[in-house]
Design a protein around this ligand. Structure first.
Ligand SMILES: NC(=O)C1=CN([C@@H]2O[C@H](COP(=O)(O)OP(=O)(O)OC[C@H]3O[C@@H](n4cnc5c(N)ncnc54)[C@H](O)[C@@H]3O)[C@@H](O)[C@H]2O)C=CC1
Ligand SMILES: NCC(=O)COP(=O)(O)O
Length: 331
């Protein structure tokens, strides 16, 4: 296993559970150096609230990366703007959140970090601060100039990718164009091969409308867009694409057993099933970025911050997946 590299972790919303989870993560040895983009004072204060030991080591990019010892984290200091109170949003600290993302992203682009693992942010409060923000996925895509990225959430048992990400529901149909869907399936197919080692992945594709449109009587997107894209990709590249299938039955075990991934047309078509099946141990992965990015499957859970009830399972799984992707040399 390659161990001499650094993974950068962002704290996410400072008043949420992100800091708690990172401190919990630090209670084990890790084979790689964990560089946390966060405010050290915030982490120390939260560690005291949680009653957990924490030593912060100053990040020095010129030193050789070292495996991270239990009870410690390497700190890349980013200052919060206002005092942080667990559970209480403060819009001015949104600039802190964005600064952590920018620093971590730049570090991935310049080779300082082998992967980024993100803690949960609060999209609403970032917008309250006057910063247009719909999610990390779109933020990293824009910042890196990636023309198209794909959000995929995965447990050990299922992988659910999304054709559209954080969009108001009424904008979804217009966003599912021939070109978009074509690119999304290409990225998904490519990454399932390269990053998840499926030699000839089988992707099940949801319809957009109830009953996948019922032959056009309950919507035409299947006939006008989805079927032509699937046909083209099958005939040009020999992809194993099944569908469009009705989204209400696509997750039945008999379909799932042949699927390497399910492609849902929109956020709440696919993610409720995934979260019902594996909340707390799923990972959110952005496909199509120039670096590895994994994240938690949950949000900021403000009501749990600082209390010691937040489950670090998803963050731990996200970090383990990032490490295994680095070791499989997927970039
Ligand atoms: N990766 C990210 O940055 C994500 C951010 N969000 C943001 O989080 C904010 C809150 O979103 P919600 O819809 O309330 O979802 P949420 O995931 O924060 O909370 C949903 C439920 O799950 C529980 N929960 C969440 N994480 C938990 C954990 N680690 N351990 C134990 N229980 C946990 C919460 O207490 C709550 O009952 C929103 O602003 C949303 O945009 C949501 C999802 C992902
Ligand atoms: N439901 C997933 C989510 O909201 C996280 O999105 P992102 O911030 O990773 O883009």
């Amino acid at each position: 296993m390659i161990t001499n590299y650094r993974v950068v972790i962002t704290s996410g919303e400072p008043s949420g559970i992100g800091p708690d989870l990172i401190i919990q993560l630090a209670q084990s040895n890790w084979p790689v150096e964990l560089v946390v983009c966060a405010d050290g004072e915030l982490l120390q204060y939260r560690a005291t609230q949680l009653g957990l030991p924490l030593t912060l080591l100053k990040y020095q990019s010129t030193l050789e990366p070292k495996p991270q010892k239990s009870g410690s984290l390497t700190l890349l200091q980013i200052d919060t703007i206002k005092p942080v109170i667990a559970g209480l949003l403060e819009k001015d600290n949104s600039h802190y959140v964005i600064n952590t993302l920018l620093r971590a992203c730049n570090g991935c682009l310049n080779g300082e970090f082998a992967a980024i693992v993100t803690g949960p942010v609060h999209k609403g409060v970032i917008n309250d601060a006057g910063i247009l923000f719909t999610g990390h996925t779109e933020f990293f895509a824009n910042y890196t100039g990636s023309s198209r990225v794909v959000m995929m959430l995965a447990t050990k048992e299922i992988r659910v990718a999304l054709a559209t990400t954080h969009l108001p529901l009424k904008k979804v149909p217009a966003a599912i164009t021939y070109d978009t869907l074509y690119e999304v399936i290409n990225i998904l197919h490519d990454d399932l091969k390269k990053k998840f080692s499926f030699p000839n992945p089988c992707i099940l594709v949801c319809g957009l409308n109830p009953h996948a449109g019922e032959n056009g009587y309950i919507g035409r997107e299947e006939i006008d867009i989805i079927i032509p894209v699937l046909n083209e990709l099958r005939s040009l590249h020999g992809m194993q694409l099944v569908g469009p299938l009705p989204a209400d039955t696509i997750f039945l075990p008999k379909y799932l057993q042949r699927a390497d991934a399910i492609l849902a047309m929109y956020h709440d078509q696919g993610l409720p099933v995934l979260k019902f099946q594996g909340f707390g141990r799923a990972v959110n992965i952005t496909l199509g970025l120039p670096f590895i990015r994994t994240s938690v499957d949950h949000g900021t859970a403000l009501e749990l911050a600082g209390l010691g009830f937040a489950d670090p399972g998803s963050l731990i799984t996200a970090l383990k997946l990032a490490i295994s992707m680095i070791n499989n040399n997927v970039y």
